[in-house]
Ligand binder design. Structure first.
Ligand SMILES: Cc1ncc(COP(=O)(O)O)c(C=O)c1O
Length: 392
């Protein structure tokens, strides 16, 4: 692998993982859909459960490895494993690090599947305990530490409220307790935040979101030290099998080349939209890491180089008005996910299963609003006309 450390982020995103095909001279990567590869004549040295070389696609394959190289370079990390989805990556990580009898501390505002893994699946099936805490105050992490705590997992900015956690403070507490700190970096992407620089041991990205950028594939990455990721390849990739399809890896590799450019635009547009929403009389609250009024803005300023494209906000209306507001939007689409080219909005009503964990302003219901690549003014105009149509 080339040494990319002297290059800037645009060069890294363009070149890492790319190369010339030796058979054809093509300057783009091929999609290698083979599930099996020709074996060497002498099989005595072959590690059937290893991930070195091309044996069988579940063990590791060319499109997966090219994408791993790009994500690793973007995170300035030692190693990366790419899997079928962000959740597959999170599960593979937890499955590799934890065993029965262990305890983990988790951000209370974390991705829904992680919430369920630690409130239902891991405790019920494997005897692994998870404590959900408001990690935006490091003292809560400290107070939750037990002698058997092996993992602290944070999401910052947290989905869906946009709670900010201090990565360095969480890392210090985890390390003092003999645990590792893992960070879900999906809302920031490696362009806006590099958690490994702030003491995190491992980073997870849902590649489905900003890194792909077009909303047309699923993927997830675990980024961190080679020793741990070799264990993860063996235990959770080869033997559990949540591998990425070569086509999805190819799409995400292609999308990732424009990641820095897209994030630059999305950061700028989201800041303007968040400021407009904050100044609009029909909103009840707006949280965006780039707004000085958002809790822990100073922490975000310290550890982020851009504030991402997700805003959470509530309007001064009934639950029905919240639904009506979405129905009146003309450009903005009601859908889950984020990091697409188009702007998406998702209403989380007070009935949401995790409502009891949300910060005070979010408990009455709110929107998770994921800004896309449209003109900023067009998005603001769409919001304005929807507000007017619901009488706000
Ligand atoms: C913060 C975060 N982590 C993980 C995931 C899961 O990613 P995937 O849908 O690729 O499994 C998501 C999906 O929305 C997410 O927002």
């Amino acid at each position: 692998m080339k040494d990319y450390s002297k290059y800037g982020i645009m060069t890294k995103a363009t070149h890492a993982g790319q190369g010339v095909d030796e058979d054809t001279g093509a300057i783009r990567r091929s999609i290698i859909m083979a599930n099996s590869f020709k074996l060497p004549d002498d099989l005595s040295q072959l590690d059937w459960s290893g991930s070195v070389g091309n044996v069988y696609t579940r063990n590791g394959a060319p499109n997966e490895r090219w994408l791993e190289e790009k994500v690793k370079v973007l995170h300035e990390a030692e190693d990366c494993v790419v899997l079928a989805s962000g959740v597959a990556a999170l599960h593979a990580l937890f499955f590799t690090v934890l065993k029965s009898g262990d305890h983990a501390i988790i951000s209370d505002n974390c991705y829904a599947a992680v919430y369920r893994q630690f409130t239902e699946l891991f405790p019920d099936k494997f005897g692994i305990e998870g404590t959900l805490v408001d990690t935006s105050d490091p003292q809560n992490i400290k107070d939750a530490v037990r002698p058997n705590t092996k993992l602290v997992h944070i999401e910052t900015p947290g989905n869906p409220s946009l709670k900010i956690t201090d990565i360095q403070a969480a890392a210090d507490i985890a390390h003092e307790a003999g645990a590792i700190l893992t960070v879900d970096n999906t809302f920031a992407s490696p362009i806006d935040q590099l958690p490994l620089k702030y003491g995190a041991d491992v980073v997870v990205e849902s590649l489905t979101k900003y890194i792909n950028g077009s909303g047309d594939s699923l993927g997830g990455a675990v980024v961190g030290p080679k020793e741990l990721l070799d264990k993860l390849r063996y235990e959770a990739q080869v033997n559990v099998g949540g591998v990425i399809s070569p086509f999805a890896a190819w799409l995400i590799l292609r999308g990732a080349a424009t990641l820095p450019l897209r994030m630059k635009y999305v950061n700028d547009s989201s800041q303007k939209i968040a400021e407009w929403l904050e100044g609009y009389p029909g909103t009840r609250f707006v949280w965006y890491p780039g707004l000085p009024s958002t809790p822990n803005h100073e922490v975000a300023k310290k550890q982020m180089t851009g504030y991402g494209g997700v805003i959470s906000f509530g309007i001064k209306g009934t639950v029905q008005q919240h639904f009506d507001f979405v129905a009146k939007l003309k450009l903005i689409t009601s859908a889950v996910s984020l990091g697409h080219d188009e702007t998406l909005i998702l209403y989380l009503s007070p009935e949401d299963e995790r409502n009891y964990l949300y910060p005070e302003p979010h408990k009455e219901g709110f929107y998770r609003f994921a800004i896309g690549l449209e003109d900023t003014e067009d998005i603001i105009e769409d919001l304005r006309q929807a507000f007017e149509q619901v009488g706000l």
